[in-house]
Design a protein around this ligand. Structure first.
Ligand code: ACO
Length: 329
């Protein structure tokens, strides 16, 4: 009998209707469409005015359940990857289970910044591979605009709001997740951080006055780490699985910066037509970028396609997942 693998059997995304363009941002901070486009690749991003990350996640999950004709009562586990939880506790995942009616599931949040979806996916597959679980949902959802400082032009142009969700089920045809490599390096914690609100700097008048509840990023230094590590880990998972550039149908890279994506694809020997890109439409939606890409490109994916997902984020955290796509749309 073939090993039980965990396969993605459905994907759905949710983005709010409101669009914030580069020209809109140029009215708020000293920037331009030209600078943002050439330095990052972002043209516009979405903004959720009312609601929280659980609403982004719940919308993505509701659509996923409908699309895959799945009963919410059959979901056994929900993992929500996010850096913008509704509250520090209870978890956003608990709230999503309630909003969607997945009352038989247990659930938890996972925080690995922009690598959150890969960490959550790699965690979830363990429960399927043991044969114990049959239906798990993994979500990446972030209301980044809730922690973006709209007086800081170096970060506010980068991020947007979105949620993406996948359904994982057992597969005994050799399809689904084949391998993963995950890494972290906490010595980079000060370079990309939301300094206030945790136990290190609990909320106070001082933390608010010093704008410590917003994202802070040393962009240039993070860029160097991101470009090196995302490319290296992607090449490593290919070598480990004896894959060459031509064997890969799609690279699904975290959408933080078009220049980082290009460098990763070059290192992997993958041509641009095989790289999923939607950063121009949504910006960096942190944990949501990878499922949003899968959702955008779903119709082009074919059963058996070799796909590499790759990400780098705050922490630092980074990693890559190799999977064989399990269905034709
Ligand atoms: N508009 C106009 N000018 C700007 C803007 C802006 N929005 N932002 C910065 N500048 C200026 C700077 O002030 C600087 O001016 P100076 O030379 O006079 O000092 C100049 O542009 C260059 O600034 P840099 O920060 O060096 O620009 P860089 O080319 O590095 O691009 C960016 C900045 C886009 C943030 C890039 O560094 C980057 O993508 N970093 C990595 C982001 C990332 O991958 N993060 C990890 C994932 S996110 C997560 O985990 C939550």
């Amino acid at each position: 009998m073939m090993k039980i693998r965990a396969a993605i059997t459905g994907v759905n995304g949710f983005v709010p209707d409101e669009v914030l363009s580069n020209d809109d941002l140029a009215k708020i901070v000293d920037t331009s469409d030209e600078w943002i486009t050439t330095r990052t690749g972002v043209k516009e991003r979405r903004v959720l005015r009312q609601g929280a990350s659980s609403d982004l996640a719940s919308s993505a999950v509701q659509g996923l359940l409908k699309k895959t004709n799945t009963n919410p009562l059959d979901i056994e586990l929900l993992i929500v990857a996010t850096v913008t939880p509704d509250y520090l506790f209870p978890s956003t995942a608990n709230i999503v289970c309630d909003k969607v009616g997945m009352i038989n599931a247990w659930s938890f949040d996972l925080n690995a910044a922009c690598s959150g979806f890969l960490y959550a996916l790699s965690t979830a597959i363990q429960f399927i591979e043991t044969g114990r679980y049959k239906k798990i949902i993994v979500v990446g959802a972030d209301k980044m605009t809730s922690i973006v400082d709209y007086t800081d032009r170096t970060t506010c142009v980068l991020f947007g709001d979105a949620g993406g969700a996948i359904l994982l089920e057992p597969n005994e045809e050799g399809l689904g997740v084949q391998d993963f490599i995950l890494r972290c390096d906490g010595s980079g914690r000060e370079l990309l951080v939301q300094p206030g609100g945790g136990s290190m700097n609990p909320a106070s008048v001082e933390t608010v006055e010093n704008r410590m509840h917003y994202i802070r990023q040393e962009g240039k230094q993070v860029f160097k780490f991101a470009v090196t590590n995302m490319a290296e880990v992607s090449a490593e998972i290919m070598e480990k699985n004896k894959l060459k550039g031509e064997d890969i149908a799609w690279l699904v890279p975290h959408q933080a910066n078009l220049r980082i994506i290009d460098a990763t694809a070059d290192r992997m020997g993958i041509t641009k037509d095989k790289v999923m890109i939607n950063i121009h439409k949504y910006g960096n939606t942190t944990a949501a970028t990878l499922p949003l890409c899968l959702w955008d490109y779903e119709k082009q994916l074919k059963k058996g396609d070799n796909i590499i997902l790759s990400a780098f984020g705050g922490g630092f955290t980074w990693g890559a997942v190799y999977l064989k796509w399990a269905y034709n749309s």
